[in-house]
Design a protein around this ligand. Structure first.
Ligand code: NOJ
Ligand code: CA
Length: 552
């Protein structure tokens, strides 16, 4: 058996129970000291992830890109951006991960490319109506001279969703669609050439041995026929909305695409995962993206966006455990990623914090750090006891908060620029993570350079500091992951225990009882041996904002 086989044994649908750790490559570990994390950096630090006990890693994009949206603007889908290394570095990283029994999922960005992609460059110089333009969504403008955009859609990052081009003869020309930044033109997924191209991209990475794909904006690929006008509700979430019929989200045609991809993955031995990033308001709608012959998983964003409230959490957990298994899929769980305020800060915010808006020094609501961390530890203690698969975001195992006080001059998220600094955007969760308290850039590299400045007090979150403290968040995560595996919780079944009070979340999974106190007063601890708790316990009470697992 090769090492790769060892990580992907045939017959195991490993993704059903896996804990998958998201690496944001530019902020994980920087081997060459240029201030931007890279693939050799990841390889060097894999032992830390093996010690933590994760089953797989998912890497945010590291493909060739002008980095207008931190790599979610891909110019070449089949090569590594020199910022992050080379294809050989990728192969070495993959091999080293597999050697440690860690599977590797890569990020695929099929909704749009970079405007530097060769196809888009060809489209710009080609004529309206040409096959080159037909790979993207080019339309004539409205108005007497085509001076108005083809419809009223608004970009997720702010501003309009259309950009007018200058034709080869120098005259103002057609418009192209971009759900995100102007540098991210949307592909036309009704075009068979686009479909064939992405089959090739999938095979390219599958041939190298990856274990699956996280699919960016999986609900956005197909747009409604005729591109009808649409205005989102003022209080809606720009990535999904509460509306049933958004002409650029969740159109039924996308299912054909994923059925096709599923078949491509099936060509390869062993089990590989397709995970949809689809921001939809309910678990029921999210589950539409996972079917036995399509995606294997979808991120549970309704869970991520649920406030710290026992009744709300009970509801979303119950709904998830109905909706996903009903389509033959595992429920998934996630609390943080590179697009949202880290949960160690978010859970102590009173105001709503919609996806992508971020938080900064002048935001009305400011998190209380101690409360946020306490709740985050309790929230993760609940999450890792839930049946199904869970996603972690790098740094949450250290209890990292959002970097709220980033200087404006350091911010890089297009959201910040496209909203004229109205929304801070996502940089605060993307700051390079600390490894060693006393090293330059807290061990992110040897040079001290860092593409976003690290808060000066992050030494206390450094991995070496936490490794030496048995009560640290790092030790909590490590214990939770070990016990989760030992007790088979990922493959278990949840039964609610209903009579513990309104502010209490209590359930049984196999022989483990999980109890979380979301109220302000301590509550009695049920009988049983405490396996792990989110805070040190004294006596037989469970303090406020604390969760514990007990042997029942
Ligand atoms: C979702 C990604 O997670 C986000 O970071 C990115 O900006 C958008 N999709 C556009 O690709
Ligand atoms: Ca680097």
């Amino acid at each position: 058996m090769t090492q790769q086989d060892a990580a992907s044994p045939t017959g195991s649908e490993w993704w059903r129970t896996a804990v998958i750790y998201q690496i944001y490559p530019r902020s994980f570990a920087d081997a060459n000291g240029d201030g931007i994390g890279d693939l050799p950096g990841i390889t060097r630090r894999l032992d830390a992830l093996a010690d933590l006990g994760v089953d797989a890693i998912w890497l945010s994009p590291f493909m060739v890109s002008p980095q207008k949206d931190a790599g979610y603007d891909v110019a070449d889908y089949c090569d590594v951006d020199p910022l992050f290394g080379t294809l050989d570095d990728f192969d070495r990283m993959l091999h080293a991960a597999h050697e440690r029994g860690i599977r590797v999922i890569v990020d695929l960005v099929p909704n749009h490319s970079s405007d530097q992609h060769v196809w888009f460059q060809e489209a710009l110089t080609a004529a309206p109506g040409s096959p080159e333009r037909a790979r993207y969504i080019f339309r004539d403008g409205k108005g007497e001279n085509g001076e108005l955009p083809p419809n009223n859609w608004e970009s997720v990052f702010g501003g309009g969703m259309w950009q007018r081009v200058v034709e080869a003869d120098g005259t103002p020309g057609q418009w192209y669609l971009h759900i995100f930044d102007v540098s991210q033109p949307d592909f036309d997924w009704t075009n068979p050439e686009v479909r064939e191209y992405f089959r090739g991209v999938l095979r390219f990475w599958l041939d190298r041995g990856v274990d699956g794909f996280r699919v960016d904006v999986a609900h956005g690929l197909i747009k409604a026929d005729g591109l009808p006008d649409y205005s989102p509700p003022a209080d809606g979430d720009s990535m999904g909305g509460e509306d049933d019929d958004v002409p650029y989200w969740g159109q039924p045609g996308v299912h054909d695409v994923y059925r096709d991809w599923h078949a491509v993955l099936e060509e390869y031995p062993g089990h590989r995962a397709l995970c949809a990033e689809a921001w939809l308001p309910t678990p029921e709608k999210t589950a539409l993206w996972v079917r036995p012959d399509e995606m294997n998983q979808a991120f549970n964003f309704p869970y991520l966006t649920t406030e710290w409230d026992a009744a709300a959490l009970r509801k979303v957990i119950s709904e998830s455990l109905e909706a996903f298994p009903a389509v033959g899929a595992p429920a998934t769980w996630v609390l943080s990623n590179h697009d949202v305020i880290r949960h160690a800060s978010r859970l102590a915010l009173t105001a709503e914090s919609p996806q992508g808006e971020g938080i900064g020094p002048l935001s009305a609501a400011q998190p209380i750090p101690e409360l946020g961390l306490r709740r985050a530890r309790a929230a993760t203690t609940v999450m890792l006891a839930l049946p199904g698969s869970a996603y972690l975001f790098q740094g949450e195992e250290l209890g990292l908060p959002e970097a709220v006080d980033l200087p404006d001059s350091a911010r890089q998220d297009p959201t910040w620029f496209r909203t004229n600094h109205e929304k801070y955007g996502r940089d605060g969760c993307r700051v390079p993570i600390p490894w060693e308290a006393a090293a330059p850039a807290f061990g992110f590299n040897d040079s001290g350079a860092s593409w976003l400045p690290q808060p000066t007090d992050w030494a206390r979150f450094a991995r070496d500091v936490e490794a030496a403290d048995p009560d640290s968040t790092l030790h909590l995560y490590t214990r939770l992951l070990r016990l989760r595996r030992e007790h088979g919780l990922g493959a278990g079944t949840l039964t609610w225990i209903g009579d513990e009070g309104d502010d209490v979340l209590a359930f049984r999974n196999g022989n483990v009882t999980v109890i979380a106190n979301l109220g302000a007063q301590p509550i009695p601890l049920p009988s049983g041996e405490v396996l792990v708790s989110s805070e040190p316990l004294t006596g037989d009470v469970l303090p406020a904002d604390t969760a514990a697992w007990l042997l029942s």
